[in-house]
Design a binder for this molecule. Structure first.
Ligand code: SAM
Length: 289
């Protein structure tokens, strides 16, 4: 049974190894067994599953995952945690720890080797300094994925799941919602970690769509349009698009496309749904390509 996931067990291990927290690696270890159980339960991990864990720390969540999954690979950047993980995970024969930067791991190869190329589950209490590159890297590389269940900064979870007309709505909301269905599972207080982070946290589950909910002529062009739309939030969408030189769109072309969609030429990007962005980018793509 898990021995960590509480303040006492965690402090004992940290003392035994004289561990020094590295701020640059976003190290905040979970010490709340209820939250840990909730993460694993909401990820619906079963004995059929291969799970990739990003940043196991001292192996707290890894123990829970090892109990529930068929096999776990945990990727940890901090080499001083590797002997600790050897200790805390010694009773599990279904866990492999890789000492590497997750952004450099060939996840596609891992999925082939460990899960015969079938979609995997990712579960993690993420290092907050690289949340977006990790999530977008997983989606954009088209690694076979079933779901991503992760602890992130509360504001980031909110941004991932909101729709148009709210202040948190932006490029991240649209990118995540293009690839996955987001659901916030729980909000988590700083008191559930050692050391306490100075932000609130949330567990969010992202269920990867087999096929995106909207059709695009060109995925990269859709994302370039979305990026341009939110680069200058206070400007109208038509101005934002015209100012993004790399798109090669004039303000007039943008306004015509909006009129064709029966939208106001002075509308702002934050008012458009993902479907409207897809329609707009398709109209513009046909105009200029
Ligand atoms: N999973 C543990 C827990 O819940 O207690 C630790 C979570 S802590 C928020 C984030 C972990 O990610 C740390 O162990 C940190 O060293 C590791 N980490 C940071 N950057 C990483 C990277 N680029 N690749 C892999 N692991 C990383």
């Amino acid at each position: 049974m898990p021995t960590l996931g509480n303040p006492k067990g965690t402090i004992e291990i940290l003392k035994k190894y004289n561990f020094n927290f590295q701020k640059r690696f976003g190290q905040n270890f979970l010490i709340d067994s209820n939250i840990l159980a909730k993460i694993v339960e909401s990820a619906e991990v079963t004995k059929e599953d291969f799970v990739l864990e990003i940043g196991p720390g001292i192996g707290t969540m890894t123990q829970y995952l090892a109990e529930s999954a068929r096999e776990v690979v945990a990727v940890e950047i901090d080499k001083s945690l590797i002997p600790i993980l050897g200790d805390t995970l010694s009773s599990y024969d279904n866990v492999t720890v890789i000492n590497e930067d997750i952004l450099k791991v060939d996840i596609e190869r891992l999925v082939q080797e460990k899960n015969q190329g079938k979609p995997i589950k990712v579960v993690a209490n993420l290092p907050y300094y690289i949340t977006t590159p990790i999530i977008m890297g997983l989606f954009e590389s088209h690694v076979p994925l079933k779901s991503i269940t992760i602890m992130v900064q509360k504001e980031v979870a909110d941004r991932m799941q909101v729709g148009p007309g709210t202040k948190d709505y932006g490029a991240l909301s649209l990118a995540v919602q293009y690839y996955a269905r987001p659901e916030v599972i729980a909000y988590v207080s700083p008191a559930c970690f050692i050391p306490k982070p100075n932000v609130g946290s949330a567990v969010i589950r992202l269920d990867r769509y087999e096929k995106p909910p909207v059709e695009t002529e060109d995925e990269a062009f859709l994302f370039a349009v979305i990026k341009a739309a939110f680069n200058q939030r206070r400007k109208t969408l038509a101005n934002g698009l015209a100012n993004a030189r790399e798109l090669g769109i004039t303000r007039q072309q943008a306004e015509e496309a909006l009129l064709q969609m029966e939208l106001s030429p002075s509308i702002r990007g934050e008012a458009l749904t993902l479907r409207e962005f897809a329609d707009l980018s398709n109209i513009l793509y046909r105009k200029i390509k």
